[in-house]
Design a protein around this ligand. Sequence first.
Ligand code: ATP
Ligand code: MG
Length: 563
Amino acid sequence: MLQNQTDSKEKPKNFIYEIIEEDIRTQKWGGRVHTRFPPEPNGYLHIGHAKSICLNYGIARDFNGKFNLRFDDTNPTKEEQEYVDSIIEDVKWLGADFEDRIFFASDYFDKMYEYAVQLIKKGKAYVDDLDPELMKEYRGTINEPGKESPFRNRSVEENLELFERMRKGEFKEGEKVLRAKIDMSSPNMLLRDPVMYRILHSSHHRTGDKWCIYPTYDWAHGLEDSIEGITHSICTLEFEIHRPLYDWFLDQLGIYHPQQIEFARLNLSYTVMSKRKLLELVQNGIVDGWDDPRMPTISGYRRRGYTPEAIWNFAEMIGVAKRDALTDIALLEYAIREDLNKRAQRVMGVLNPLKVTITNYPDDLVEELDAVNNPEDSSMGSRKVPFSKEIFIEQSDFMENPPKGFHRLVPGGEVRLRYAYIIKCEQVIKNEKGEVVELKCSYDPETKSGSGKSNKKVKGTIHWVSAKHAVKCEVRLYDRLFTVEDPSADKEKDFKEFINPDSLQIISNALLEPFVINAKPGDKFQFERQGYFCVDKKYTTKDKLVFNRTVTLKDTWAKSIKQ
Ligand code: ATP
Ligand code: MG
C-alpha cells in the first residue's frame, strides 16, 4: 500500500533500510513496516537508547509504517513506575510518535503462559528441578557439550501439572524452572535448554501479586513482537547469538514471526552507558539524580539544554553499522553547537567580573544600545542593551603583562566593547594583596558602534555588562564526567575510579545583561564568546536564575574534520 510514496524522500542509506526496501519490493510483510522501541523500565533512557528510538521511529516515519513503545517489563525486581513515566516523557520529547500504541509485556503474561503450555504439550518444554548451580554445571562449556538434566524426560502430563503448580505459588524461588527442550550439545550455548520461566515471589509494578513466575527475555521478546505484529525487530549486536532462539520459539509455536535485525550499539567516549552503572552514580550521590546535566541520559541532556533536533542530527551523523565502535563525544557536542547556533538568543554575560569605570562618561547617563539577537537568523531581530559609567568585563579579558598576540585590554591599550565604544585602559587599581580589582578607562565618544563617525580600528572586541543593570545569576560549568575515554575498558578496575573530580564548577556571581530577567527554565542562550547556556529547571527559583552550560563554543570536532 505504501511503497512508492516513500521513494521520493531522501532516506538514510544503511543496511537496515536496504533490507526494508527489499521486503517492500517483495511484499514480504504485505508492504507493512512496523517497528518498536522495547525498553526495560529499570532506569532512565540514555543517548544509546536515543539512537535506537531515532532508528526505529525514523524507519516507521520514512516508510509510512507504525512505531510502538513497548515496556519489556518482565523482571519485577528492578522495575518501577518512575522509570515508566520518565521513558514516556523522553520518547515524546524526542518526537517519536507512538500515537496510542503504548504496550506492556506484562499485559501479555496470560498469553505467554498459554504459549508455554502449548510448548509443553508438544514435548518442547519441561519443568526442571535442578538447582541453579547444578544447572550451570550441566550446561557444559563452549568446548564441551552439556549434560541432560535427569528431569528432562518427564511426561507431558507431569510437566503440565508442575508448571501449573509453579504458577500457583507452590514452590520456592529457585526450586523449579520451565526450560525449552532444544539441544544440550548445541554449539550455541543459548540453545542448551534455555530457561523460559523462573519463580520470583515479588510484586510487579503493574500485575501486583498475580504472578510468581516470570518469563525470561529470550522467551518473552519474540512473543511480544509477534503479538504486536512487528515486522522488523531491531536490536543491538549482542542479541545476534540469541536470534536462533528467537526464531526457534516462534517456529515451534507456528505463530506470526517477525525478523530480528541487529545493529551496533552506540558507545560514547568519556561516558558509561550501562543502566546498572548509571544507577550506581545516582545511588552513590556522585551525580545529582538521573537528570544531572553531566549524565548521558536524555533527561540529563534535556536539562543541560540539548535539543531533540540536535540529537536527531547526531543520530543521523553516526549512522547505523554492523560493528561496534567508540564514538567521539565531540561529535555529539558538535551537533548540539550546530543546532543552538541557529536558534539561540545571544546575550552578554560576565562569568568572572572585573569592574571598569569609564571616567569621562557622564555620571547618570544610560544609553540603550542596539544588539543583534542572532546573527544567524535576522528574523530574531535586535534588543537594547543598557550602557553606563560602570561596567563589568571578564577578568580574563584584561592582562597586566600580556603575552604576544593578546588583543584584549592591557594597561594603556584599547579594546572595543561589543555594541558600544572603544575604551582605553588608563589606570589599574589593585588591592592590598596586589590583585587587580578595578580598571579606570576612558572612552572615545566618536567610536559608538554603528554610528559610522570614526574609522578607528582595534584588534579586540570584548563583552561587558552595565553594573547597575546587571542580573546576578548562578552559572554551572560542566566538564566530562570521566577522565578517560573508556571508563569501562579496564575490567579489573571500578569505573568510578575514573570520575572527573572537576566535572562541575559553580559560579555564584555571574552577571548578565538585563534581557535574561524573564527567562524561564529550559530557555536557551548563547553567552557571547562563552558558550551555550540553558536555564536550569531544578535550581532556578523566582529570586535566582541558574544557568547550565550546555556546551562551550570551542569546536574541536569541526576543526579536526576540516584538517
Ligand atoms: P543495559 O544497560 O542494562 O544493558 P539496555 O540498555 O539494553 O540495558 P533496554 O531497556 O533493554 O536496556 O534497551 C532498550 C532498547 O534500546 C533495546 O532495543 C536496546 O537494543 C537499545 N539500546 C540500549 N542501549 C543501546 C545503545 N548503547 N545503543 C543503541 N541502542 C541501545
Ligand atoms: Mg537490554
